[in-house]
Write a protein of this length. Sequence first.
Length: 165
Amino acid sequence: MPAKEGIEMSTIAFQDQIPDNLCYGCGPHNHAGLRIKSYWEGDESVCAYQPERHHSAGPPQFLNGGIIATLIDCHSVCTAIASAYRAENRPIGSDPHIWCVTANLNVTYLRPTPLDLPVTLRARVAEVGPKKTLVQCALYSNADECARGEVLAVRVPNSWRENQE
């Protein structure tokens, strides 16, 4: 999606700057996942995504609700991470790493989302606390808002990410 006049979008996706992210929705190294890409556009984060045929709902012309929820969740959590780095005035992925997880996800489905068109997600940070960030996100197909969500992202220590085999 093009940047608004006078606002430059970053050229590297949040997800490509977050180290060791293997998430199904947003992990760039999860080749079976959605591998979304999110960017700043001013104070709003934006993600454009083209669903694939196997992301269909029961009716094959519509996007599955679980995929919609995943898109909103991952775009919002990555927005919370990027926002935390931005607040600390340092690049995404710089040490010490910042990692957030979903504490709450609330999705409202407004209308069926066509499967054959790209979707655009737009998110804004609504509230920030020392450990919690509330992100509001909307998913559009063309100009139609098809779903909206609210994600409470919680910052976790880096030890949370260590492999516990």
